[in-house]
Design a protein. Structure first.
Length: 391
């Protein structure tokens, strides 16, 4: 069965894997003759999907922000907490003190939680060090995680996340001393796959983000952006003008931003965990995004403050419940479109010949079962680069 979004469900399918890559995927009746005598493993009528992809996380960080959770329960807003010295800046001290080994150790349980739900690829941002070495240590820790576990890690330089206390009121100096030279150093060390920023009233303006993107462009690095989460500053439109891989959050995205993203092919990464945690009421413009043909991905936004979530399955349910995404959109959003948001659409995200053999095998028969349940994990097995990993 082929859906209107290009997805296809095959009832009696076969997948052939060779050298860690998919050699054939399709109806069993069409399996090439050279594979018919090969010993096969039956998956017992289980559902097989592309392996899951979490395309927006802050998985590596020090400490926690449980107190801020209490403050929100007591009535404080996200902006009030941030302006009072909480928010992103409150995670900086613990991150700076942790060092690479400490950051790896604290991130592993969060990573394992995602892997247990069939995730094969995870994007991890810096952004809690806010000085060159601590920011680079976050990315060094992210790279180390891929040596600790069978997972594909994609990194993003997010020094333009917040202004540290020592640079308060001096954003230009912070950019000149940390954001831009740190990006250059990280690129030289091979630590950076993409460059991100936070464009918001409590963070940075479009002019400041343009400075970051200009530097990224000079280094040959793709860009993405936290945009229109709390207000419409035109961040998504700016990101699209740079051919951004994605613009993320987007609750306050306007029509001009939607149009710009559609023209650029920029993916809308929707983050229902943050929407839920900060009690946002403004829903991203779903109808406009659909009408314009903007690809939509879904991610956990796993972070210590505004989305302390390590379940991509729950993110799918939230995207359906809060944003009205369909089952097909949720599944594509955590596979095909998530790969696109990371620039990996030619490598993973779909079950096609030539791509990496990254698969999730589920103890269900319908994709809807992955979306409608919450607090339940039906993973049977995941396959990463052709290697079976039992759940």
């Amino acid at each position: 069965m082929t859906g209107t979004d290009g997805t296809r469900t095959i009832a009696d399918a076969a997948i052939a894997v060779e050298g860690g890559r998919i050699a054939f995927a399709g109806p069993r009746s069409e399996l090439p003759s050279e594979w018919r005598d090969v010993e096969a493993e039956s998956l017992g009528a289980r559902l097989v999907t592309p392996a899951m992809i979490d395309c927006h996380t802050h998985l590596v960080h020090g400490g926690d922000r449980a107190r801020e959770f209490e403050m929100r329960l007591e009535g404080a807003s996200y902006e009030e907490i941030a302006r009072a010295g909480g928010g992103i800046v409150s995670s900086v001290r613990a991150t700076r003190e942790a060092g690479v080994e400490g950051l790896v150790a604290s991130a592993l349980p969060r990573l394992d939680a995602l892997l247990s739900e069939g995730v094969s690829t995870i994007e991890i941002k810096s952004g809690y060090g806010l000085a060159i070495e601590p920011e680079l240590d976050m990315l060094r820790a992210a790279r180390a995680l891929s040596r600790e576990r069978p997972v594909r890690i994609v990194t993003s330089w997010l020094a333009a996340h917040a202004t540290p206390a020592e640079y308060k009121g001096r954003n230009a100096d912070y950019f000149a001393d940390v954001v831009l030279p740190g990006m250059e150093q990280g690129a030289a060390e091979g630590l950076i796959d993409a460059v991100d920023g936070f464009c918001e009233g409590i963070a940075f303006s479009t002019d400041e983000i343009a400075t970051v993107f200009d530097k990224a462009k000079s280094l040959g690095l793709p860009v993405k952006l936290h945009a229109e989460q709390l207000s419409d500053l035109g961040g998504a439109k700016l990101a699209a003008s740079y051919g951004a891989l994605s613009a993320d959050h987007l609750e306050y995205l306007g029509a001009d931003g939607v149009e710009a993203m559609a023209r650029a092919g920029t993916v809308a990464v929707l983050l229902p965990g943050a929407f839920y945690a900060i009690r946002e009421r403004q829903v991203p413009p779903m109808a406009a995004l659909r009408a314009a043909g903007v690809p939509m991905a879904v991610a956990t936004d796993c972070n210590p403050g505004t989305s302390p979530m390590t379940s991509l399955l729950l993110a799918m349910n939230m995207a359906a419940t809060f944003f009205g995404m369909t089952v097909a959109e949720c599944l594509a959003g955590t596979t095909r479109e998530a790969a696109r948001a990371l620039g990996l659409e030619d490598e993973t995200g779909t079950i096609e010949a030539g791509k990496s053999a990254d698969l999730s095998v589920w103890n269900v028969t319908s994709p809807a079962e992955l979306v409608y349940r919450f607090g339940f994990n039906p993973l049977h097995m995941r396959v990463f680069k052709g290697r079976k990993i039992e759940s």
